[in-house]
Design a protein around this ligand. Structure first.
Ligand code: ASP
Length: 342
């Protein structure tokens, strides 16, 4: 007998328009179930849990991820899979965080939501919810088809820590530019097995990491960036790591003041990592002089990581380890399928 737990955290999927202001607000979960009577047609148990308070996902914080991870962990042995209903705005951050916080994961955690509330006629929420449940329940030879943290949206299943929300009004709201879809839902749900991660050995107990350190800043490089701005950010009290969002394959200006400012920060003990501003592709600091200068200064490659995965990976590593060298070594490793290493 299959058991699925649907956790509703908030987001458009369960919102209703306020009768006076017309503003969309999270609504109670029982209403969602009423809107989707087909849920009763699944031949297995679907239990539901609702967050209190429900949040618009723009309010998501590390403490929210801890609460979610704790909830999944408390219910882990009772269910075969989990569906998390979540606002789209920060869904990729949550999926990335969960992928690092849930160690030895052997069950599907499928995040989904919608661009239109489930009560509206043209909603995309119905299809997203029903398929997400089907995917969370899917098994092959007694094992889940996708034992990963994923996002299902508009017919595609993506590895969560490879996604970014890239559209605020199309039903196809997410992209996974550097990693193929794990499944496509048409008439059949077709799993792309070769790109799905399976445990090397089944049966390990779930381990959760709930200590996150958010002393991280994101510094986007732009033509005209000044030393004053750079120093302002790099000298922030208690800051431990900075993600540089650079151009193209990891390039940035080579002006002596620019490199010197970064070098000084690294010498003071800051961890600097390099992520591209491009929607797709990877950092390759050996390719151009402008990337090589960063590497020589001690900036670490972020490979083809999304910003969401880079940020939450640093939160986790900084929360878990005090020693910079350990963090730097682990940063370069693929922990949860978040980067492609050649
Ligand atoms: N603001 C909403 C949220 O992220 C948008 C959505 O659900 O799509 O909670």
């Amino acid at each position: 007998m299959t058991n699925i737990l649907v956790i509703y955290t908030g987001g458009t999927i369960g919102m209703k328009q306020h009768h006076e202001t017309g503003v969309w607000q999270p609504f109670n979960f029982e209403q969602i179930i009423e809107e989707v009577p087909v849920l009763k047609k699944f031949g297995f148990t679907i239990d539901t849990l609702s967050f209190d308070p429900l949040i618009d996902s723009s309010e998501a914080q590390p403490s929210f991820w801890v609460k979610l991870v704790q909830l999944i962990s408390d219910n882990y042995t009772k269910y075969d899979g989990f569906v998390v209903l979540h606002g789209t705005d920060t869904m990729s951050y949550t999926a990335s965080a969960l992928s690092f916080m849930l160690e030895n994961l052997e069950k599907p955690i499928i995040l989904t939501g919608s661009q239109l509330p489930i009560g509206m006629l043209r909603t995309d929420g119905m299809e997203n919810l029903v398929s997400a449940i089907e995917i969370a329940a899917a098994k092959e030879n007694g094992h889940p088809c996708v034992p990963e943290v994923c996002i299902f949206f508009e017919n595609q299943l993506f590895r969560g820590n490879r996604t970014t929300k890239d559209n605020a009004e199309q039903f196809k709201a997410f992209r996974s530019a550097n990693y193929p879809a794990l499944a496509n839902a048409g008439v059949y749900i077709k799993f792309n097995t070769p790109v799905i991660q399976y445990p090397t050995q089944w049966g390990k107990p779930l381990k959760i990491n709930t200590h996150l350190d958010n002393n991280v800043a994101v510094l986007k490089i732009f033509p005209g960036i000044s030393q004053k701005i750079m120093e302002g950010i790099l000298n922030t009290n208690d800051l431990r790591a900075v993600i540089l969002e650079t151009y193209g394959s990891g390039n940035a200006p080579t002006s002596p003041w620019f490199i010197h400012t970064l070098k000084q920060a690294i010498d003071r003990g800051l961890i600097l990592v390099n992520i591209t501003q491009c929607a797709a592709g990877s950092v390759e600091m050996d390719k151009y002089e402008t990337g090589m200068a960063l590497k020589k200064a001690g900036v670490l490659s972020g490979h083809d990581s999304t910003i969401e995965a880079a940020l939450t990976k640093l939160f986790l590593l900084l929360g878990k380890y005090k020693d910079n060298q350990t963090i730097k070594n682990l940063w370069q490793k693929n922990i949860s399928g978040e980067i492609s290493l050649i």
